[in-house]
Ligand binder design. Structure first.
Ligand code: DC
Length: 220
């Protein structure tokens, strides 16, 4: 069994906020795997590559590494540089969803993610953690919220949407991304059969964390 709390779910469902706070409460490391796909997209955009056709050779030129910060969260660096703000743009989000459809990219990043398997429990967040990356994860959660609520949350996040974007534009962009993420043939976004589903539409973050910790305690 992998020492992992897998948290999967669609875009803007609150997974990152939840995963981060949960890791803090349990005093364990947190890894955001969406950032890997975002970093590949960003590097490809910067290199002027066709995002729909990335090959292994290009991927191997990228030096992707996670370094723990002072709170123990793993921060992704590309060629030695932290990327946070550059990763959180609408262009990179759309690009990440596109590169995530390619088998070359997924195979390559699978290795990077599985390198985290070890003796210490970790929180890993993404789309296919409980289904593909760690199908034997010790705990699995699938976090959702209604499309309207997710669009509202995304609009409230600085920099993640285009300047002046409206709620309906953001909802359309999220719907397109959900469709691409859940309909791709390889490792599509879907709950693992043994994942606990949590609808966060009407729950605040503390209530979600309580539910997850309660579930973890019950299964021990
Ligand atoms: O969680 P996020 O919005 O940062 O993820 C960006 C994209 O990366 C998402 O649209 C699909 C892809 N992704 C994936 O395919 N598998 C993962 N484990 C994480 C992200």
């Amino acid at each position: 069994m992998s020492n992992c709390i897998a948290i999967d779910g669609p875009a803007a469902s609150g997974k990152s906020t939840i995963a981060k706070l949960l890791a803090k409460k349990l005093n364990i490391a947190y890894i955001n795997t969406g950032n890997l796909y975002r970093a590949v997209a960003l590097a490809a955009i910067r290199a002027g590559r066709d995002l729909a056709r990335l090959d292994r050779e290009f991927l191997e030129t990228l030096k992707l590494e996670y370094t723990p910060n002072e709170s123990g969260d793993y921060v992704l660096k590309l060629n030695g540089k932290e990327l946070e703000a550059a990763l959180r743009t609408p262009e990179v989000a759309t690009g990440a969803s596109l590169v995530a459809t390619e088998s070359e990219v997924r195979d390559y990043l699978l290795g990077v993610q599985r390198n985290f398997a070890g003796k210490n429990l970790i929180v890993m967040e993404g789309r296919d953690i409980g289904t593909v990356v760690f199908p034997d994860a010790e705990y699995k959660f699938f976090v959702t919220a209604t499309p309207e609520e997710r669009a509202r949350r995304r609009l409230a996040q600085n920099g993640e949407t285009a300047d002046g974007a409206t709620l309906s534009e953001v909802a359309r962009e999220l719907a397109a991304r959900d469709k691409q993420d859940s309909e791709r043939p390889i490792a599509p976004l879907k709950p693992a059969a043994d994942a606990v589903l949590i609808d966060t539409t009407n729950l605040n973050i503390e209530a979600v964390i309580e539910k997850i910790i309660g579930q973890i305690k019950r299964s021990n």
